[in-house]
Design a protein around this ligand. Structure first.
Ligand code: SF4
Length: 327
């Protein structure tokens, strides 16, 4: 049965990755007027904001709304109702959060339905059959989210029942392999997409350890704190660290040798200062002997000489990931 798509508007959740790009293409090919919304979180890994969503929207000549999620999102990451995935990724809460925002935007813009590029069973936590239902219900969108790539394996949505989307043109893809999507992209001549698997720092073990430690030791965590966790590995990042540090932070830098910039937050006790200096010395280019480390608040106006600590000592201080009970 041919759908009545004339004048139908739909809102896509577009990451710019392969799946959401294909979902958009399928809807556009039905003659539906599509606008997309793209969420940019502090944990987004793509260098160009929006994971290439901008390019995809441009390519399809489609309107795109970018929503930057900040402190409100951070609170969800800190205390997710539905727990974490393998690392510190609260995927179920994250999807609910985004869909609630999308719902509001769809109401404002008069979109008849929302659709996503989700594929049944592709992600163990958030794309499981039962979980998709929970997410819909919690977002206040029960039966209202169309997933064009897996629709034939899922109950009919409101848009299909109303006849504004033709179920025959929807697909029944499931599982983790992306072979079918890559083939489909070739068939539909979709060439502009990026980050096929998406990119979220919360799914990275090392970053999750640092963030978990921050949550455990700091009552109020800001976006700036998160930004600090993300940098500190090369010269450009060193100067970024110096720019975005807080007024009370102490900075440390080894003298006359390649050195990272270390930030000390919280109490500046003698022990804390010595430890920060030791870590700076350990990560400097000098590998033995004693290192002169300069430090201070705002300026490097104080200094101390410190021996390079052993690897064992440094490892004891390292923040390591321990899966929580709800992970
Ligand atoms: S991987 Fe990250 S962005 Fe994607 S749903 Fe999970 S928490 Fe959200």
């Amino acid at each position: 049965m041919k759908a009545r798509t004339k004048g139908v508007k739909a809102l896509a959740l577009l990451s710019g990755g392969l799946d959401s790009t294909l979902a958009v293409k399928l809807m556009l090919d039905q003659g539906i007027d599509v606008e997309a919304v793209n969420f940019v979180s502090p944990f987004c890994l793509c260098r160009r904001g929006g994971c290439g969503a901008l390019e995809v929207a441009k390519n399809f000549n489609m309107r795109l709304k970018t929503i930057n999620v900040g402190e409100e999102y951070l609170r969800i990451v800190r205390k997710p109702r539905f727990g974490y995935g393998r690392n510190l990724n609260p995927c179920i809460d994250c999807r609910i959060f985004m869909l609630k925002k999308a719902k509001k935007y769809a109401e404002e813009t008069g979109a008849s339905f929302i659709f996503t590029g989700e594929v049944l069973g592709q992600r163990p936590m958030s794309q499981h059959w039962k979980t998709l239902g929970v997410i819909e219900e919690e977002a206040g969108l029960k039966g209202k989210i169309l997933r064009p790539l897996s629709a034939k394996l899922l109950p009919q949505t409101e848009a299909e029942k109303k006849g504004i989307v033709s179920r025959e043109t929807l697909l029944g893809i499931e599982g983790r392999s992306r072979k079918k999507q890559i083939r489909l992209a070739e068939e539909l001549k979709v060439t502009e997409y990026s980050c096929p698997g998406g990119g979220c720092l919360l799914t990275y073990k090392e970053f999750a350890s640092k963030l978990k430690d921050l949550f455990e030791h700091k009552k109020r965590v800001s976006l700036k704190d998160v930004q600090l966790l993300k940098v500190g590995r090369n010269e450009a990042e060193n100067s970024l660290l110096l720019r975005i540090r807080m007024a009370n932070d102490y900075c440390f830098e080894a003298q006359d040798t390649g050195s990272p910039v270390t930030l000390l937050q919280g109490l500046k006790t003698r022990t804390a200062i010595e430890k920060a200096a030791e870590l700076t010395a350990y990560h400097s280019d000098t590998k033995q002997g004693v290192v002169l480390v300069k430090f201070g608040k705002g300026r490097f106006d104080r200094s101390l000489r410190t021996p390079i600590p052993s690897q064992q000592k440094v490892e004891q201080l390292r923040v390591t990931w321990q899966k929580g009970a709800d992970a």
